[in-house]
Design a protein around this ligand. Structure first.
Ligand SMILES: Nc1nc2c(ncn2[C@@H]2O[C@H](COP(=O)(O)OP(=O)(O)OP(=O)(O)O)[C@@H](O)[C@H]2O)c(=O)[nH]1
Ligand SMILES: [Mg+2]
Length: 204
């Protein structure tokens, strides 16, 4: 399968929504999950070929003492429902991207958002690994394939993928990679790894 970026994805709005006539379009729903402030909205915005749907609201006093802002002190908004974006690869695979809300009080929505998804990216912030534990548990319990993408924030200590894997104690077949989701190419690479992992898991 060819995951090279399609010409469609180069600009917004796309020149055409039509695929090559002889290439069937396969649509897949994928999730972008992880703890509070790990970069989910940033990832969807970096790769989406359409203007992403966002549901950002200003952080309020209800967040004080509940959400760990350590390392993301500049954060002033949070996702209250979901992010939505789209990415099409040449070869006929189109991903619909759903970013989950990170704050604990919105976790009740995860089952609805996850419905029908082929897999998930679990983003982790290496300074606050525990904030992504709930996402990992969620996908493990539902047997939804996932990859771990460790988002490297400026000034954060650098770890190897092996160290992250050991710290999170995930199954050996779960791909673990380092990333900076502000980069479109890097974020796209994580999505390719997820689709390959989901296809591989489905074939077993
Ligand atoms: N240095 C650095 N900053 C990042 C990176 N990814 C995200 N950020 C910043 O981190 C902050 C949080 O990013 P968001 O994308 O809002 O995180 P989120 O996971 O969607 O947050 P919630 O929806 O509130 O859970 C933003 O200020 C981003 O600019 C990264 O890879 N490196
Ligand atoms: Mg968000």
């Amino acid at each position: 399968m060819n995951f090279a970026a399609s010409e469609q994805s180069a600009s917004y709005p796309p020149a055409s929504h039509r695929q090559d006539e002889d290439v069937p379009l396969h649509t897949l729903k994928v999730l972008v999950a992880g703890g509070f402030g790990v970069g989910k909205t940033t990832l969807v915005g970096a790769v989406s070929e359409i203007r992403p749907l966002r549901t950002e609201e200003t952080l309020t006093d209800a967040s004080v003492g509940v959400d760990d802002l350590g390392g993301v002190e500049g954060k002033s908004t949070t996702t209250v429902a979901m992010d939505f974006g789209r990415l099409t690869f040449s070869g006929g695979v189109r991903l619909y991207l759903f970013g989950t809300p990170g704050q604990e009080r919105f976790w009740f929505m995860w089952d609805q958002i996850a419905y029908g998804a082929v897999g998930a990216i679990v983003l982790v912030d290496t300074r606050r690994l525990t904030t992504s534990f709930a996402s990992i548990d969620f996908f493990e319990q539902r047997e939804i394939p996932f990859v771990i993408a460790a988002n490297q924030f400026d000034g954060a200590r650098r770890y190897t993928a092996r160290e992250i894997r050991d710290a999170l104690d995930v199954d050996p077949d779960v791909p673990v990679m380092m990333c900076d989701v502000r980069s479109r190419e890097v974020a796209r690479g994580v999505l390719v790894a997820l689709v390959e992992h989901a296809l591989h898991t489905a074939r077993q």
